[in-house]
Design a protein around this ligand. Structure first.
Ligand code: SF4
Length: 352
């Protein structure tokens, strides 16, 4: 089978035109790859354009504040990726004299950058022959060759990498990788139309009736459930609405993002227990235990390893509360809409 000949012919007809394709700016390719780990191409385009407009170079990204970076990232989730990019940009400026690494090994030294992204940057920006292996590539190659090693494991990565290293076009690894990714996402889809596929004659999964069974996925851990109550305390002063938020510290995924006062539980609370907890919190933290409040509907929010059941509790006060914990900051409603927040709080604020 002339793998690359067939794949290239398909790519010439159906390959995507993307703003980060056909460029050799390693920084922009890096930005696009990290964004695409979070979202689909259509939505990723907008984020990409906004991000590189705000931070056109690695120097600009390094010079930005963490809050500015997180704000551009808002809505994509997995904020640790944005924080890692920010740290990596600073490393490039401070330790490498502003020179973006131009080898696969050098790229792997950047924080948060794994073998997939290193291969993408190395091949797209520098034409180095490292195959990219993402979910789409795993799907296509596992079916074509009938490979049933559970994907996402180190053993599968090594096996697929060895195979692709034998197939890759060493003159144009950039085109090879782009074609591989596009073929996996556009042609060898989860439910593919195999009759139209240029590899239909040699595809092992098709011949053996295993298309729906491949790739084999490693079993996932069941997500933990959490019940969150965000207390949105607010009051008006001179025609403006104010409230209280804190910037999250610690090591969690929302570190550096702003949020309302949070009550978090491992089990759902009944009405009486919720009333008691809210009264206690309002009294002890803000000295307004008797204030009227309104509990909103439950929203479900899915994180990789957690299912969150979230309710916002609106508390309208006549004036600023008597007490205020040190970490809480007074922000106007307009300011709340500008600081970086988790996606579910952004959704809530947009509704106000
Ligand atoms: S024949 Fe079907 S399963 Fe096999 S590579 Fe083509 S699209 Fe994928």
């Amino acid at each position: 089978m002339l793998f690359w000949t067939k794949l290239e012919a398909w790519y010439n007809d159906f390959g995507r035109t993307l703003p980060w394709r056909g460029i050799d700016d390693a920084y922009r390719i890096w930005v696009s790859e990290i964004i695409l780990q979070q979202t689909r191409i259509e939505q990723g385009r907008d984020y990409y354009h906004r991000f590189v407009e705000a931070f056109p170079t690695v120097a600009a990204l390094a010079a930005a504040s963490e809050a500015q970076v997180l704000r551009q990232w808002q809505g994509l989730g997995y904020y640790s990726r944005a924080r890692n990019m920010h740290a990596a940009a600073k490393y490039v400026m401070e330790e490498l004299g502003g020179h973006f690494p131009d080898s696969y090994e050098g790229l792997l030294l950047l924080r948060g950058l794994g073998s997939y992204t290193a291969a993408a940057i190395a091949s797209f920006a520098y034409r180095l022959p490292y195959p990219v292996i993402d979910g789409n590539v795993y799907r296509f190659i596992s079916r074509l060759y009938g490979l049933s090693t559970p994907i996402g494991t180190p053993a599968a990565y090594r096996e697929f990498e060895q195979l692709l290293l034998r197939l890759i076009d060493r003159q144009r690894p950039d085109r090879f990788n782009a074609a591989l990714m596009d073929f996996g996402s556009l042609q060898c889809r989860p439910q593919p139309t195999c009759e139209e596929c240029p590899f239909a004659a040699e595809c092992v999964a098709r011949r053996e009736g295993r298309v729906a069974l491949l790739p084999v996925k490693a079993p996932k851990a069941k997500p933990q459930e959490r019940w969150l109550y965000y207390i949105d305390l607010r009051w008006r002063h001179e025609d403006e609405t104010f409230g209280l938020m804190r910037r999250r510290s610690g090591q969690g995924i929302w570190r550096g993002l702003y949020e309302f006062t949070l009550l978090e539980y491992e089990k759902p609370l009944g009405d009486a227990a919720l009333r008691r907890e809210l009264r206690k919190c309002l009294d002890e933290r803000y000295g307004c235990g008797g204030a009227a409040y309104e509990v909103g509907d439950e929203w479900q929010h899915q994180l990789t390893h957690r299912t969150l059941h979230v309710r916002f509790v609106k508390v309208e006060l006549a004036a600023k509360p008597l007490r205020q914990p040190e970490e809480m900051q007074v922000l106007s409603l307009a300011e709340m809409k500008k600081v970086p927040v988790p996606r579910l709080i952004d959704r809530y604020l947009q509704q106000l």
